[in-house]
Design a protein around this ligand. Sequence first.
Ligand code: HEC
Length: 178
Amino acid sequence: MRKLKVLFAAAFVATGAFSTMTMAEDVPEEVADVKAAYSEDGRYFTQYDIPTYNVQDDGTIDWPTYSGFRRYHSECHVCHGPEGEGSTYAPALKKSAMTMDYYDFIDVVTNGRKKVSASENSVMPAFGTNPNVMCYLNDIYVYMRARGTDAVPRGRPRKKEPKSDVIRADEKACLGGG
Ligand code: HEC
């Protein structure tokens, strides 16, 4: 089965051009920066064109972060724990999202990863053909970033921006086989 493409920047993963591993103690500025520099149709991006969350003064969060909360808790939390807190089996994604390069994050979810050693035998499944993950991967990513900085508290977010027409149309196209 052909792999679905994540919207926007994630398409660059296919080229491998940005696939550089980063170390926790040496987090590049593009990875550390969570500040929304601009928005397009209800989605927010950093000055490096990386998807990010946005929290307004009254606590209203952007739609993608809210969507990410829902998608994370339907597809990822069984292994990675509620709200990205981690489990004995899989790492705390709210931490991974703050140190991993965006493109590496997308790559691991798309292609999976397997660590086999004397002490560990853990498998991250590949989700590349699962539209319920791939069509919402940026949402899951920004939700994890919002948890990583504690910009969004644990639990179901209360106030959110409405879903924009563009997000609605893109979602439909993606789920439809886009
Ligand atoms: C069946 C259990 C399972 C599910 C479901 C799962 N993961 Fe994982 N994931 C793992 C394991 C185990 C690892 C560690 C893999 C390794 O040791 O290399 C991992 C690693 C990762 C990593 C790399 C983290 C790091 O610090 O290097 C990312 C990113 C990730 N998962 C994202 C996700 C997302 C997003 C979802 C939901 C769409 C998801 N995972 C669902 C088990 C799972």
